[in-house]
Design a protein. Structure first.
Length: 271
């Protein structure tokens, strides 16, 4: 009885410690974003906490600022191009890695993962120098391609994880019904992959929209995205305008998660 009592106490202490660490970690992750959002509504013309009042003027000034709306539109274009490239390249790659029957599948998986493991700054410099060697100047296209190479593994791993959880009997049943491999892919596999593809698309769009480590070396002078413009803005002003821009990016990320949650459910991404 004493041994059982000591065991139950130890389990309770362990669970309590894990819960405390989880809550503390969550606060460290969430608290800075909440503070930035609160500051973006402050009535004062400088960054300070806690705020003295509530106003939406800084969000209005974001769209009145000459460069910020252009930078926001550039970020949206980069995010959409990165998402499209990741879907076109990532889904077939995931299918090949998960269903491929040749020796190079493992090497292909590692090859896709390597750019994601390299620091973004290193990849950005490498793409910048490589583009210069072949006469390609920094532009929105070079920026999109470099970010795609950096985060393609996100789409591949998301779709591949879903593929590995699919019941092979479904595809075998389609084959037994004389469906061709393409018909089986179109009518059975692809519909089951849609939740993972949508989740990967949302994550890659947010990363393409927010990326700065790669984009800072590959963007053109006229193609500065919102994070780069925000970095420039921080150097010259300390007004809550900076917090308002950050608040828009935070709200965009939250909206993306809400879209995934309402459409497929976060718990179904890797089912």
């Amino acid at each position: 009885m004493k041994a059982l009592r000591h065991t139950s106490i130890g389990d309770a202490l362990g669970i309590g410690l894990i819960l405390a660490v989880a809550i503390f970690s969550l606060l460290l992750l969430v608290a800075p974003s909440i503070i930035v959002l609160i500051i973006s509504f402050d009535t004062r013309a400088y960054v300070s906490f806690p705020p003295e009042g509530f106003t939406l003027q800084w969000y209005a000034k974001v769209f009145e600022h000459g460069e910020l709306p252009v930078a926001m539109w550039n970020s949206i274009k980069v995010g959409l191009m990165v998402t499209a490239l990741c879907i076109v390249l990532g889904v077939p790659t995931a299918l090949t890695c998960a269903r491929g029957r040749f020796r190079g599948t493992t090497a292909l998986s590692v090859f896709v993962l390597v750019p994601h493991m390299v620091p973004g700054i290193v990849l950005g410099v490498a793409v910048l120098f490589s583009g210069a060697l072949v006469g390609i100047s920094p532009s929105i296209w070079l920026q999109s391609i470099s970010i795609t190479a950096f985060i393609l593994a996100v789409m591949v791993r998301t779709v591949q994880s879903r593929l590995l959880r699919l019941d092979p009997a479904l595809e075998e049943a389609a084959a037994n019904l004389r469906a061709t491999p393409f018909q089986s892919l179109r009518t059975v596999t692809f519909p089951l992959l849609l939740p993972a593809i949508l989740a990967g698309a949302v994550f890659t769009f947010v990363e393409g929209f927010d990326n700065i480590s790669v984009a800072i070396f590959t963007h053109g002078f006229r193609d500065r995205t919102l994070p780069i413009e925000l970095l420039t803005l921080v150097q010259y002003t300390s007004s809550p305008l900076v917090a308002a821009v950050s608040g828009i990016q935070i709200l965009l990320a939250i909206a993306a998660l809400v879209v995934v949650s309402m459409s497929i459910g976060l718990d179904k991404v890797n089912e």
